[in-house]
Design a protein around this ligand. Structure first.
Ligand SMILES: *[C@@H]1O[C@H](CO)[C@@H](O)[C@H](O)[C@H]1NC(C)=O
Ligand SMILES: *[C@@H]1O[C@H](CO)[C@@H](O)[C@H](O)[C@H]1NC(C)=O
Ligand SMILES: *[C@@H]1O[C@H](CO)[C@@H](O)[C@H](O)[C@H]1NC(C)=O
Ligand SMILES: *[C@@H]1O[C@H](CO)[C@@H](O)[C@H](O)[C@H]1NC(C)=O
Ligand SMILES: *[C@@H]1O[C@H](CO)[C@@H](O)[C@H](O)[C@H]1NC(C)=O
Ligand SMILES: *[C@@H]1O[C@H](CO)[C@@H](O)[C@H](O)[C@H]1NC(C)=O
Ligand SMILES: *[C@@H]1O[C@H](CO)[C@@H](O)[C@H](O)[C@H]1NC(C)=O
Ligand SMILES: *[C@@H]1O[C@H](CO)[C@@H](O)[C@H](O)[C@H]1NC(C)=O
Length: 202
């Protein structure tokens, strides 16, 4: 099987004049370990997510596959409302089986950075009513207002969020999926603003 993969890989790499390496492809919505198929890629990628909802324990997700766009490699981002926090990291590597190790999520930086954002977070609503302020931490220097639709329990449902976010999400919204665990199924709108506006974003 590996020999066949290698041959296909060498042929396709010579056509595209790119790399030819063997990567692991797998995903786990309930932890950071996964086992799966071997695939040939130009570059291997591992995406990890951590979520904390209210007082529940953190939950972890991992996805391993080929990197389709090198600009989406090695990206770290996070968001937080009063109730919900999430961290994401994508990492890429360029040698055979290099994404086969157990992934790690960098710890959240919980040091406040002086920025404050209006906060709310609700599913099954088109927009959420701000009911507090969240103090931003680490590199979350922008305020985000988001409304979108995601597949939840196999149906398309709205979801609304306001809170702190890292600036890279505001700059590259198409490359940095806010909720990488969920599948988008409708229109998404994302607005960013400078921090310290305790008034809701209109
Ligand atoms: C957070 O937990 C609450 C209460 O269990 C639940 O209703 C809500 O859907 C969860 N939110 C997310 C984003 O998982
Ligand atoms: C949360 O994590 C702690 C420590 O790992 C564990 O003892 C506890 O059962 C977990 N709680 C839930 C609700 O999973
Ligand atoms: C991503 O980071 C790894 C490890 O530091 C490095 O080897 C690789 O070249 C980086 N890839 C890109 C596309 O930046
Ligand atoms: C991937 O890692 C697992 C666990 O360490 C190991 O059993 C397996 O042989 C590795 N697979 C490859 C293709 O290196
Ligand atoms: C935000 O407001 C707080 C309190 O008013 C202030 O201490 C902080 O310096 C402000 N931060 C920014 C980035 O404007
Ligand atoms: C805001 O509303 C959410 C969801 O209803 C709730 O969990 C949270 O405690 C509220 N926050 C404040 C500051 O009242
Ligand atoms: C954590 O965030 C604070 C506030 O932005 C920053 O000063 C500090 O350098 C960060 N720490 C690490 C380890 O990145
Ligand atoms: C991995 O994360 C990057 C950066 O956020 C993203 O562009 C890419 O679509 C993600 N890949 C998968 C398979 O989720």
């Amino acid at each position: 099987m590996r020999t066949v993969l290698r041959i296909i890989c060498i042929i396709s790499a010579s056509i595209s004049s790119g790399n030819c390496i063997i990567c692991v492809e797998c995903s786990n919505n309930y932890g950071l370990d996964c086992v799966g198929n071997l695939v040939t890629c130009g570059t291997c990628m591992t995406n990890v997510t951590m979520e904390i909802n209210g007082t529940e324990n953190a939950t972890y997700t991992v996805k391993k596959t080929c990197a389709l766009n090198l600009e989406t490699c090695n990206v770290t981002y996070s968001l937080s409302s009063g109730n919900f926090k999430t961290n994401h990291m994508s990492s890429c590597c360029d040698t055979d089986y290099c994404n086969n190790n157990t992934a790690q999520v960098p710890p959240r930086n919980d040091t406040e950075n002086g920025v404050e954002c209006p906060s709310c977070d609700q599913i099954y609503v088109d927009s959420c009513v701000v009911n507090g302020t969240v103090r931003c931490t680490g590199s979350e220097t922008k305020c985000l207002k988001f409304t979108g639709q995601y597949v939840m329990l196999e149906t398309c449902q709205p979801n609304a969020f306001q809170g702190c976010v890292t600036e890279n999400v505001c700059e590259h919204p198409d490359d940095i999926p806010l909720y990488p665990k969920a599948q988008i199924c409708g229109k998404n709108t994302l607005q960013c603003s400078a921090g310290n506006s305790s008034a809701p974003i209109p």
